[in-house]
Design a protein around this ligand. Structure first.
Ligand SMILES: NC(=O)c1ccc[n+]([C@@H]2O[C@H](COP(=O)([O-])OP(=O)(O)OC[C@H]3O[C@@H](n4cnc5c(N)ncnc54)[C@H](O)[C@@H]3O)[C@@H](O)[C@H]2O)c1
Length: 482
């Protein structure tokens, strides 16, 4: 029997036993002896982002989901996460290091794997999970390079499994409102988009402190961060990217800038930095309890230093990027990303055949791994304005939400974890095709920054599987003279 048949056999076995039939879990206190139809999750990657999924499963969606296993390369962080379940009065999920991953899935009869590891390792766990018969929920970016995109899409086709990519940005109420306005044809069909995203020197600087600062781990900000933004545009327009041109540079987070800012030189990390008291980029792990318990207390296992110098020469990602994208609808995108700015958030304008839609959002200060709320909206900075080709502009009240990513996190978690989520008329759920569409724009931008030549996505990833979109106003729609 070949690998393919083995995979299918195990996949159908899991579905029959765990979802459709009776499985009695050791972690199902309270509903023991009842038929347990809950989805059985393993989370791989027990760093900062694990928390949102672990909390969701163990606190908000207990009736539909159960956490049966955890996996991480760092045994300290792994056991820290398992201890959180015990602190809630639940059975400890089973744990495994990376080489015991398949055995963990089998032992726990997992049906779903949530991937929250370092970006460059996502493909490894997505493919291994699919081959073990599990469906996958992966954090963005789905992966970091075009060849890994193709590897994932091949595994989806071969195994028949499902990969969900958690594009939580789509769910923020004001962004959903933008989609509704565009779908309703308020500005006709979109011919071009101007999109500017700024990261400040708190959150933005944080990408230069750890693995995100090296392309081999994160794909750079064109992939790690801009995957959210390219995905938003793909989804808002209901279009697929065709070709990309980009330029990028790093001028702020550099050894030279350390000197211009008055330091003697760059150093290795804040913990041992002789100039820490003169550096306002210092991250004091000892003073931040969550960062200390997540990273500092476990760094002896793997040498992962969460507080590396933001001016270090090991960094090879850009902090300033300009990208032009052509879409299959003939729309064009002009996008900029800047990682050392005075405020954090974005401005976007859609230029359509009937008018212009402008939207802006300013976010509060956030540092990953602390108790700050990520992507929380600053009320004064949320704007939505419709400007017809002729006539007065209309300010529209933008919908606000509470919590992570402007209220988007909770809406996405409902859809992920509820056994019967509500129908979503905006099509916000994304799969390995949507995941590919945004990663490939970033990967193409990286390639263009490297070579100076425009990149066709079909050359980068021949035969890639494109997402399907909900119908949007297009070039064949009738127009009246303005
Ligand atoms: N959607 C969002 O808004 C959002 C926000 C933050 C992070 N993320 C994504 O979540 C993922 C995790 O980010 P994070 O901030 O938690 O990072 P993190 O560094 O805090 O955690 C990563 C974890 O992966 C583990 N790991 C590394 N290599 C591994 C391997 N080969 N096998 C198993 N475990 C391994 C590390 O030990 C660590 O515990 C990333 O992909 C990131 O892009 C998404």
């Amino acid at each position: 029997m070949g690998t393919y048949s083995k995979v299918i056999t195990r996949r159908s076995f899991i579905r029959k036993t765990a979802i459709g039939g009776a499985v009695f879990s050791s972690a199902t206190r309270g509903i023991a002896n009842a038929v347990d139809r809950r989805r059985r999750y393993v989370i791989v990657g027990t760093g900062s982002r694990c928390r949102i999924f672990q909390n969701a499963i163990e606190q908000h969606y207990r009736e539909d989901a159960v956490l049966v296993g955890l996996c991480d390369a760092n045994p300290g962080r792994l056991h820290r996460a398992a201890a959180k379940s015990v602190a809630l009065g639940l059975d400890a999920p089973e744990t495994a290091l990376p080489d015991g991953f398949e055995k963990l899935l089998k032992r726990t009869r997992a049906t779903h794997v949530i991937v929250t590891t370092v970006d460059s390792t996502h493909d490894e766990y997505i493919v291994r999970s699919l081959e073990s018969g599990c469906d996958v929920v992966t954090e963005k970016p789905m992966t970091t390079t075009a060849s890994k995109v193709m590897r994932i899409q091949e595994a989806v086709t071969r195994t028949g499994g499902n990969v969900r990519v958690t594009f939580n940005y789509r769910y923020m109420p004001a962004r959903s409102q933008v989609k509704e306005l565009l779908m309703a044809g308020k500005i006709g069909d979109v011919l071009s988009v101007n999109f500017q995203w700024l990261l400040n020197t708190h959150h933005g600087a944080d990408y230069f402190r750890r693995w995100h600062g090296e392309k081999k781990y994160s794909g750079g900000l064109m992939v790690h961060k801009a995957t959210h933004h390219f995905d938003l545009v793909n989804w808002w327009l209901g279009a697929n990217p065709v070709s990309v041109f980009a330029v990028g540079k790093r001028e702020f987070y550099t050894p030279a800038m350390a000197k211009r800012l008055g330091l003697k030189r760059y150093h290795e990390r804040c913990l041992t930095c002789p100039e820490a008291s003169s550096c306002s980029f210092r991250l004091d792990l000892k003073a931040r309890p969550r960062l200390k318990s997540l990273y500092l207390d476990h760094e002896h296992h793997d040498g992962y230093h969460r507080d590396r110098c933001v001016f270090h020469p090991r960094i090879d990602i850009e902090d300033t990027m300009n990208v032009i994208v052509n879409y299959d609808t003939k729309a064009t995108l002009n996008y900029t990303l800047n990682a050392f700015n005075s405020w954090e958030g974005y401005r976007i304008a859609f230029n359509g055949t009937k008018g212009r839609l402008e939207h802006a959002n300013e976010e509060n200060i956030y540092v990953s791994g602390t108790d700050d709320v990520q992507g929380a909206t600053k009320r004064s900075g949320l704007k939505l304005r419709l400007i017809p080709l002729r006539g007065a502009a209309i300010d529209i009240e933008a919908r606000e939400g509470e919590g992570g990513h402007g209220g988007g996190d909770r809406a996405m978690l409902d859809e992920l974890f509820l056994a019967e989520p509500r129908h979503d008329p905006l099509g916000r759920a994304s799969d390995a095709r949507g995941g590919a569409a945004s990663v490939l724009v970033g990967a193409a931008a990286n390639e263009c920054i490297r070579t100076g030549m425009p990149v066709q996505l079909d050359d980068l990833a021949p035969g890639w599987n494109r997402p399907e979109h909900l119908p949007m106003p297009n070039r064949s729609y009738p127009l009246t003279m303005p």
